[in-house]
Design a protein around this ligand. Structure first.
Ligand code: FES
Length: 117
């Protein structure tokens, strides 16, 4: 069982490689992503024009916003292509007891601290 403040958001079997799942936690819209063998939880909405990244696609360890084409690094949340110039938040994730857990109050190690929280 992960440390306190982590909440289970999905069973491991629920999310195949390359899939994502929108989450609602404490009124916040987040996105769980399974990419290249890792799980990431980021803000669901693109920082450019509040468009859902759940409508985008996963490219390696990046996610592409389908509205104007910005890429975001899933681990750091940093944008890698314009027009977005602000990062999304990337949160701490753990895998335990057959589930994926997230702490939506803590940023992932190495995540950008410039994100809006
Ligand atoms: S809304 Fe995402 S890049 Fe414009």
């Amino acid at each position: 069982m992960p440390a306190q403040d982590f909440v289970p958001v999905a069973d491991i079997a629920e999310l195949s490689e390359g899939e994502m799942k929108p989450l609602q936690l404490d009124g916040r819209r987040l996105l769980l992503v399974h990419a290249e063998g890792h799980y990431y939880v980021i803000d669901e909405m693109c920082t450019h024009e509040d468009y859902s990244l759940a409508l985008g696609c996963i490219k390696g360890r990046r996610i592409k916003c389908s509205l104007h084409g910005s890429y975001f690094d899933l681990a750091t949340g940093e944008p890698e292509e314009e027009p977005a110039d602000e990062p999304v938040c990337s949160y701490r994730v753990e895998v335990a007891d057959g589930k994926i857990w997230v702490n939506p109050e803590k940023l992932r190690e190495g995540a950008s601290t410039r994100c809006r929280r």
